[in-house]
Design a protein around this ligand. Sequence first.
Ligand code: FAD
Length: 525
Amino acid sequence: MATKLLLSFAICRLIVTVGLTVDPSELLRLGVDGQLSVDPFDIETASLDFGLISRSEPMAVLHPGSADDIARLVQAAYLSSQGFTVSARGHGHSINGQAQTNNGVVIEMSGGSRGSRLGLGNLAKQQVAVKEMHVDVWGGELWIDVLRRTLEHGLAPKSWTDYLYLSVGGTLSNGGISGQAFNHGPQISNVYELDVVTGKGELMTCSEEKNSKLFHAVLGGLGQFGIITRARIALEPAPQRVRWIRVLYSNFSTFTGDQEYLISMHGKPSTLKFDYVEGFVIVDEGLINNWRSSFFSPRNPVKISSVGANGGVLYCLEITKNYDESTGDTIDQEVEALMKNLNFIPSTVFTTDLPYTDFLDRVHRAELKLRAKGLWEVPHPWLNLFVPRSRIADLDRGVFKGILGNNKTSGPILIYPMNKNKWDQRSSVVTPDEDVFYLVALLRSALDNGEETQSLEYLTDQNGKILRFCDDAGIKVKQYLPHYTTREEWMDHFGDKWDRFYQRKMEFDPRRILATGQRIFNPSS
Ligand code: FAD
C-alpha cells in the first residue's frame, strides 16, 4: 500500500516536472508480474553506474517478472500522449550513464543490487539444448551464471568478455570482446536468435531468418531499437584446463607483429593456434602487477629496467591454450611448438595452469581484492578505442610514449588485434575500415589522494587529449562503448552507417524513448 502511494506520488511528480500526461493509475494498472518500485534504494542504484561519473534519477524502477511486463511498460510509454523514457539496465557497468534515464523508468534486467533479495525468479530459467549446442537465456542474465549453467552439460559459450559480471543484453548491445574474438568473433557474432521488446512495446522474435532487420539492428545497437529479453547463444564443448602464458617485449613492432601473426591463424586447426590472444602496455613499473595482471610472482618481480624497455615502455603478450586432462601429456609440446614462432624477450616467460572457469573468472578475483581496499567503487574515466592496424604504431609513439608520459597511468592498458571479417557488417556496431584493428583500452581509476595526475579531472582531460591527438593525426579510431554528447559526433562515429542507424531507429523506436542515456536521440513528445 505504502509503495503504491509512493509510486502515485512519483508519477505525479513526473507529470509536473516533464509535463507527462500519463494517468498515474495507468502505470499502477499495468498489472505487472514483477514490481514497480520507487524505493529510494532502487532509485539511487539506477541513478549510478560503474563509471561513477554521471548521475540521472529515474522516477521509478521496474523489476520485471516476465518479458510481458517489459512489453506492457514500453507500450504504455509509447502510447501515452506525452511519452516517457524507458531504459534497460543490465548490471550497470557502463561508464557514462548509458543505462540511466532522467525522470523515466529504468528496468533492472539483472535484478539490480537487490538481485539477491528479489532474484530473477522464473526469468533465470536457462534452457540448454545439448544436441543443438545452444542455450536460451534471459536478457538480464550475467555471463557468470550462463557459464555455470552450461558447464553442467559440459558446454560453454565460445566468445567472452574479460569480466563475467556483465549482463547478456548489456554486452550484446555493445559487442562483447575478449581474447577469443580474433577466432570466434565478438559475442554478437555468436548469437542465433533474440526476443526483443521494440520501442513500440511489441515483443518480437528475431534471427538471421526471421525479422532479420531487427536482429542485426539490436546487436551492437546500444539499446536503441529494443530490449533484449531472451538470447540464444552458441556453445562449444567446455575445455577443462587452460595453459596461460605471458611474455614481454621491449619493441612495439615486434610485439604487434607477433600479435598479428597469432590472430592470422584463426582459420587453422586448433593445434596450430592459441585460443586467446590479448596484451597490455606497461608504461610504469608500478603497473606490472596491476589489477588485470596480478600474475607475475611477487617473489620474481619484473623490473622494467632489467629487460631493456625502450623509452620506459614494455609490452606484454598474453596467450592461452585450452586443453582437457585426457590430452594433458601433449600440452607442453603443443605450446612449445606454437611459441617457437614468437620473438619475445626469452627470459620473460611466465606460465601458469588453471581450471577453465578460473581463467574466465580471473577479473572477479581482482575485483574482490580492489573492493577490500576500497578501490573498486571509484570513478572510472575509461577510454576504449578501436584503432586501425596501419596506425597502431602512431598510438604507441603519440600516446603510450607521448601523452601518457611517465605519469602513473591509473590502470591497465589493454591492446589486442581482431579480424574484421569476424564482425557481421549488418550489425549496428562500427569498426575501423581495415581487415585488422586493435582494441586499445585505458581502464583507469580516478583517486582522490591528492595526486593531481590521479584525479578524475586530470584523467578526463587526458582522454580528451588522446582523442584530439588521433583526430589531428588523422587516425580513424572508433570508440568502443562510445560516449558522445552531440548529434554531430554520433553521425561522425557511425559514418556511412548513420543513415541506416537512423532509419532503424525511426522504425523500431519512433518516439525515441529507449536508452536515452546514450544521448544519441532526444525523445519526441
Ligand atoms: P549496462 O551498463 O547496464 O547497459 C549498457 C547499455 O545497454 C545501456 O544503454 C542499456 O540501456 C543497454 N542494455 C542493457 N541491457 C539491455 C537489454 N537487455 N536489451 C537492450 N539493451 C540493454 N566489455 C567488453 O566487451 N569486454 C570486456 O572484457 C569488458 N570488461 C569489462 C570489465 C569491467 C570491470 C567493466 C565495468 C566493464 C567491462 N566491459 C567489457 C564493458 C561492458 O561490456 C559494458 O559495460 C556493457 O554495457 C555491459 O554492462 P552491463 O551488462 O552492466 O550493461
